[in-house]
Every structure is written in C-alpha cells, then in structure tokens.
Design a protein around this ligand. Structure first.
Ligand SMILES: NC(=O)c1ccc[n+]([C@@H]2O[C@H](COP(=O)([O-])OP(=O)(O)OC[C@H]3O[C@@H](n4cnc5c(N)ncnc54)[C@H](O)[C@@H]3O)[C@@H](O)[C@H]2O)c1
Length: 334
C-alpha cells in the first residue's frame, strides 16, 4: 500500500482526494489544507485519513510515501521541493511551477533523490487523447499539417496567474505529445480586461521546426464553454470535443490533394469529402486513470508519462509564450 497525502483540497484537490481514496494499491493517509472549513468537511467525508493544516506535519510523517500537491501554482515549487527533500514521491498539479529554472531544479532534485515526480497533465491520460495518439502515430491521418485548440469559458477568473498559465498547460502537453516534438518558437498575444496585468484571453501559436503549427486559444472571458481540439492531416481530419458527453472524437475522411499535372485552374486541387467516423471511446474518468498511473509508477518503479521532463517542457513553452505576450506577439525561442 502506498500512503498518499493530498495537500491543497480546494475545487480541484478534492477530486484528487476522491480518486486516491479509491485507487487500487493506495491509501488516502492524510489530507492537508490550511483552510479549516475545507479540512473539517474532508475529514468528515474521509474519516480514515488524518487531517492536518500544515504541510510540515505531512512531510515529517514517515508513513507518508507520496505527496499530491494541489495548492495554488505559486506554491508548487516550494511544496514539491520540500516533499522531495523529505524523501517523498511527488505528484504536482499543473503548471509544474512558475519558471523553467524552478522546473529544472525540481527535475534534477527528483533524479538525485531517486523519487517519482509526476505533473498533473490530465489530458495525457484521457482515453480520447490516447486514441488520437494512435491515429497520429499509425499514419491514419496522413502527414500532420497543423492543429488548434480552444479552452474557453466564462470563469474561473484567477488573480494569481493569467489564462495562458492557467489553461494552456493542458493543450501544450497534448500538442507536444501528439506531434512527438517540441516547438522551436512561440508567438502569443493576450489582453487584460478584468484585472491589471493578468491576461483574460491569449491567442498563441506554437511553431515547430518542420513547418507544423499549433494554435492555442485560452480564455476565461468567453460566452462558450469549449474544450476542443482539431487536427488536420493530409489524409484525414479529427476533432476531440470534451464537452460532448459521448461522441467526443470524430474522424473526418476529408482531405485536399494538389494536382501537379493540372491543365485548368479547376483541376489544381482535388477535394475529398468522405464519411465521418465516430470511434467508441472508453468513458473511465481521466483523473482516475491519472491517479492510478501515479500509484503504478511508484509500485512498479516506472517513469510516468507526465514526468518531470514533460512538466519542464510545458513550462518552457509557457515561459516563452509569456515573453512573447510581453513583447506584443513577437516569436520567442523556447
Ligand atoms: N488538472 C486539472 O484539470 C486542474 C483543474 C483545476 C485546477 N488545477 C490545478 O490545481 C491547483 C489548485 O487549483 P484549485 O482550483 O483547486 O485552487 P483552490 O484555490 O480552489 O484550492 C487551493 C487549496 O490549496 C490550499 N492551500 C494553499 N496553500 C496551502 C498551504 N501552504 N498548505 C495547505 N493548503 C494550502 C488552499 O487553502 C485551497 O484550499 C492549481 O495548480 C490548478 O492549476 C488543475
């Protein structure tokens, strides 16, 4: 049994508590939150777990094997570092931390301590993304030209990070994963409407060295609740709409082929309008799969899919995007 402590049990952390409480091979051993009301409610719901207000009590408890950190992003570095130094395995929510330098230091520390460090890039555990990855890698979509993502809603408006840092880690992790590559440059533009210095909406473009592009639109100031990705390949195109209850992935047998031997303008491009296929996708909650993956990576001593390097890669793109926003949209090397 791996004894888990969850630190930070707010609107997201409580989902981690629920999933670790029922994860095979793990025991929810401690819940920790400095908010006394939250802590009381959780200790009533999970009487098997100790409830403590201070992370120091978690780290000094020798029975705790792994610490799950879902505090505000500004504490991720400090909490993850302290937990690794205390000899615990660590799962830290996205974004891994707030600078690439911090991410590098955590990555090195985890390696030095011989402990797992996994980042909460939830979508990498989504069965729909696993399906997209299979389609991309098998060549079913043909050559991948470009993709774009939309992560929009009205709220949750945060005051400690902008929409890019809050929402884009999910999209960046999936783009890097599906492309099997790391962007060379990022150009991004954002605007602050509700709070000074905190962008509510960001349009970012990730430029890959081989010409592939990915566009990421993030906003908490939008009338639509959208969680959508579109991938355009030379053979097929595919959408993943996470707001759809059942038909999340749609594969469009559509394409366009340039005809090099055309005689008239109308023959230059041949468009193919084929069928739309809706594959059956496993409906297991992605967070359940993610929590299970963390426990298994400790139990089996395997490297998590969203390991520290993966977290660092995402933070580097976030940081380059931040520099580009500050520079008015100029392409910034990652
Ligand atoms: N993976 C996802 O899909 C997803 C979704 C939402 C949020 N998140 C991430 O989860 C993290 C938390 O977000 P949230 O929306 O739950 O925020 P929140 O403000 O609702 O919760 C944060 C909790 O941490 C507690 N906390 C803060 N500092 C603490 C400390 N030093 N010791 C003990 N407790 C402390 C607060 O009291 C609060 O209860 C963020 O990093 C966010 O980016 C991830």
């Amino acid at each position: 049994m791996i004894n888990i402590a969850v630190v930070g049990t707010g609107s997201w952390g409580k989902n981690l508590v629920r999933n670790f409480a029922s994860a095979d091979g793990a025991a929810l051993y401690v819940v920790c939150d400095r908010d006394a009301k939250r802590l009381k409610a959780l200790s009533e719901a999970y009487p098997q777990a100790k409830a403590v207000p201070d992370i120091g009590d978690v780290l000094s408890d020798r029975a705790v094997n792994a610490v799950v950190i879902a505090t505000d992003a500004k504490f991720h570095f400090e909490h993850a570092k302290a937990a690794l130094e205390a000899g615990k395995h660590v799962y830290v929510e996205k974004p891994m931390c707030q600078t690439a330098d911090e991410a590098r230091r955590l990555t090195a520390l985890a390696a030095k301590c011989g402990r797992k460090l996994m980042v909460g890039h939830l979508l990498l555990y989504h069965p729909a993304v696993a399906r997209l990855k299979t389609m991309v890698d098998s060549g079913e979509l043909g050559e991948i030209y470009y993709m774009y993502t939309q992560r929009l809603n009205l709220g949750v408006v945060r005051s400690n990070e902008n929409a890019w840092w809050s929402l884009a880690p999910h999209d960046i992790s999936v783009i890097n994963y599906l492309f099997g590559a790391f962007p060379a440059k990022v150009s991004a533009q954002g605007q602050c409407y509700l709070q000074k210095g905190i962008e509510d909406v960001v349009f970012a473009t990730l430029h890959f060295g081989d010409g592939r592009l990915a566009q990421v639109h993030t906003s908490w100031l939008d009338p639509h609740k959208m969680r959508r990705m579109t991938i355009v390949g030379s053979q097929k195109m595919v959408t993943f709409d996470d707001m759809e209850p059942a038909e999340k992935v749609k594969v469009y047998d559509k394409g366009a082929v340039a005809n090099l031997t055309y005689r008239s303008y109308g023959e230059a491009i041949t468009l193919r309008q084929g069928d739309i296929h809706i594959p059956k996708i496993d409906t297991t909650e992605p967070l359940r799969l993610e929590c299970r993956h963390f426990v298994e990576s400790i139990a089996n001593d395997t490297t998590p899919l969203s390991d520290a390097e993966n977290g660092l890669d995402v933070v580097r793109v976030l940081e380059a995007g931040g520099r580009s926003i500050a520079a008015g949209g100029s392409p910034e090397e990652v």
